[in-house]
Design a protein around this ligand. Structure first.
Ligand code: NAD
Length: 305
């Protein structure tokens, strides 16, 4: 009997991830669901033999393997535990993988609720951005109750990613992810401030980036995702900050880091300031839907006032 697989959340990341999963899975029934029905219908149109659901409970009824890729904790709660949510119709022994970046405590809580229903839920947030999602080269950071369930999830995740890392018990995948994104958020502000300063002092941005990238300031934000337009092709800064990783999602991730720091009484001074910066950027008119590297443009506009 062929297994049915479901995918919920076809956004910037989910769409290409689901596309890879569908193409590489082999014979199986494939179900999709997105809040925005046109997106789900576009997926069906592009891929052919796909079923579109309008409720998460339908996916739960039909599928023994389910992947979710949603914006934030509230959406995960709604899709899993809300009205017509997954929990209401979940098959016993279902394997559910949440790849959204959310609060580790929410992740742990939802996982233990599903477990009581006989299902297994893993947290498997990703790194690698939209390009990694398209290329199927994502890194998955996985929290799972048992090594066996981790091995089971690998058979699915390997169709969408290259590095699949077992981080420990449920919630630990989210811990790894928010620590990584805390560095990314801070380093993007640092890269933006430095590139902005250099350019305003008359330096050619491409030349400045190439010096930094062979010097000790080099990081992912300067080398692979430079926030200054024109330095790199195929990154959001070179297409007016469209596509990529939304500034509101980065603000959310910095907030997750700050919350976790408060819960554990850890000192994260730069994370707190950086959280405020992304909150400011995302509430500035014109920036709501931009990629998080638009902090470069925001800094420059601020300075010009
Ligand atoms: P997105 O906003 O582009 O996509 C989210 C999708 O979920 C949308 O299509 C939306 O319609 C759908 N959705 C929302 N609520 C829903 C519901 N109740 N039922 C069904 N569908 C619903 O976000 P994204 O950029 O794809 O990011 C998804 C997650 O991955 C986030 O947690 C983000 O932090 C994380 N992430 C993003 C990137 C990136 O580069 N974009 C990289 C790594 C991790």
């Amino acid at each position: 009997k062929t297994k049915s697989v479901g995918f919920i959340g076809l956004g910037q990341m989910g769409y290409p991830m689901a596309s890879n999963l569908f193409k590489k899975l082999g014979p199986s029934k494939f179900w999709v669901l997105d809040h925005s029905e046109p997106v789900a219908l576009k997926f069906k149109q592009e891929h052919g033999n796909v079923h579109v659901a309008t409720k998460a409970s339908k996916i739960a009824e039909e599928c023994s393997v389910i992947v979710t890729m949603l914006p934030a904790s509230a959406h995960v709660r709604q899709v899993y535990l809300g009205e017509n949510g997954l929990l209401s119709k979940l098959q016993p022994n279902a394997l559910v993988i949440d790849s959204s970046t959310i609060d580790p405590s929410t992740s742990k809580e939802v996982s233990s609720i599903l477990e009581k229903q006989g299902a297994t839920m893993l947290d498997a947030p990703v790194s690698g951005g939209t390009l990694g999602a398209q290329a199927g080269t994502l890194t998955f950071m996985v929290g799972a109750k048992t090594p066996e369930s981790f091995e089971q999830s690998k058979l699915i995740l390997e169709h969408m990613g290259k590095n699949i890392v077992y981080c420990g018990l449920p919630g630990t995948g989210q811990v790894a992810k928010i620590c990584n994104n805390m560095i990314l958020g801070i380093s993007m502000v640092a890269a933006s401030e430095a590139m902005n300063l250099g350019v305003r002092m008359g330096m050619d941005p491409k030349l400045l980036a190439s010096v930094i990238n062979t010097s000790s300031g080099r990081c992912w934000s300067t080398e692979l995702y430079n926030p200054c337009p024109g330095v790199l092709p195929n990154v959001p800064s070179s297409r007016d900050y469209t596509g990529g990783f939304g500034v509101s999602l980065m603000a959310k991730d910095m907030g997750l880091a700050v919350n976790a720091a408060n819960e554990t009484k850890s000192t994260t001074l730069l994370a707190s300031v950086t959280h405020q910066i992304y909150n400011q950027v995302m509430t500035t008119p014109g920036y709501e839907k931009k990629d998080f590297s638009s902090v470069f443009k925001w800094l420059n506009n601020n300075a010009e006032k």
